[in-house]
Design a protein around this ligand. Structure first.
Ligand SMILES: Nc1ncnc2c1ncn2[C@@H]1O[C@H](COP(=O)(O)OP(=O)(O)OP(=O)(O)O)[C@@H](O)[C@H]1O
Length: 298
């Protein structure tokens, strides 16, 4: 279990993380989502006692990370895959980790095998690793101490599609066995497939959080008709909230209610479904629009 309470980090006059609170429960994958610069890494660094908060608290397994005895045995952390010593081989890095944590060195081979680093790759210096190989090594290092909690900052960066699928399977299995996983990304699709819970951050503040099912249900219904503009008028006339979507309309109502209204007015429906993941993406972009660098540049 990870618990973050009223966490705030200021750098001079700039507030990078602003009064953030959320819990990450065992047995689930929690996706920590936000655009570039939203404050995800700063939050994770505070959870791992690497950055002191200006105010608020972060605990992992009911204690600050810094007061966990032998933390690698409890919490696996991957914050920056490129932070490993470039002059060491992957095997050396894992062996040193095993020695520091006091675990059997046989675990090194198990982890290399688990993350798919071959013997010849494991004996290559990290400076010659691709970003995907560094991520795999970072995941192996995070899992080395057989921890109950994983804190992973953008672990899918640099992984190819097969690698991303492999990582999702790994995290799903880990959570299904009771592990706690916090996984950050700036890409909704990357975490949506595997996450049970989502915490969305924008400009240092939490803008949405809940189970994926709850957030999806809140995104409403997508409807398309032969005349969307006219149907939007009918929906609004019935007191429903309507927005133009990428295709058709998004309505804050159940599909049945919309279908009944269409039937009463003899409107031809082309599409009627819960907005689902497209709706989640619209919501994510809308909630974090203030942060979007493309808009700033425009
Ligand atoms: N040491 C620091 N000094 C000053 N500002 C900082 C420092 N560390 C982070 N920031 C600022 O805090 C904000 C949040 O950064 P952070 O790295 O937490 O975002 P992020 O959500 O992880 O982004 P990304 O997806 O791009 O990694 C950014 O505007 C960043 O420039």
């Amino acid at each position: 279990m990870i618990s973050v309470q009223n966490l705030t980090k200021r750098y001079g006059a700039y507030t990078a993380v602003d009064d953030v609170s959320f819990n990450v429960r065992p047995g689930a994958v929690t996706g920590f989502l936000g655009p570039n610069g939203a404050g995800k890494s700063t939050c994770m660094r505070m959870m791992c006692s690497l950055t002191p908060p200006t105010s608020g608290t972060a605990t992992v397994l009911d204690r600050p990370y810094s007061s966990l005895p032998n933390p690698g045995r409890h919490v696996g952390v991957l914050l920056d895959a490129s932070a490993q010593h470039a002059g060491r081989t992957g095997r050396e890095i894992l062996t040193l980790g095993a020695m520091v944590m006091g675990i059997d060195r046989s675990r090194v081979d198990e982890m290399l095998d688990l993350v798919g680093l071959s013997e010849s790759e494991a004996t290559r210096r990290v400076r010659n690793y691709s970003l995907g190989m560094r991520q795999r090594l970072g995941i192996a290092h995070a899992l080395l101490g057989d921890p109950q909690v994983l804190i992973l900052d953008e672990p899918a960066n640099g992984l190819d599609p097969a690698g991303i699928r492999w990582m999702r399977g790994l995290l799903r299995g880990y959570a299904d066995e009771g592990g706690t996983v916090l996984l950050s990304s700036h890409l909704l699709h990357e975490v949506e497939v595997v996450a049970d819970e989502l915490v969305v951050i924008g400009r240092g503040r939490i803008v949405a959080q809940g189970t994926k099912a709850e957030l999806m249900a809140a995104t409403g219904t997508t409807v398309r008709t032969t005349d969307d503009a006219a149907f939007a008028g009918l929906l609004e006339g019935a007191g429903l909230e309507v927005k133009a979507a990428s295709t058709g309309l998004t309505v804050q109502a159940e599909p049945q209610q919309i279908g009944e209204l269409a039937a009463r007015h003899q409107v031809v429906l082309i599409e009627l479904r819960t907005a689902g993941s497209a709706g989640l993406e619209d919501m994510f972009l809308e909630l974090t629009a203030d942060d979007a660098r493309e808009e700033v540049a425009a």
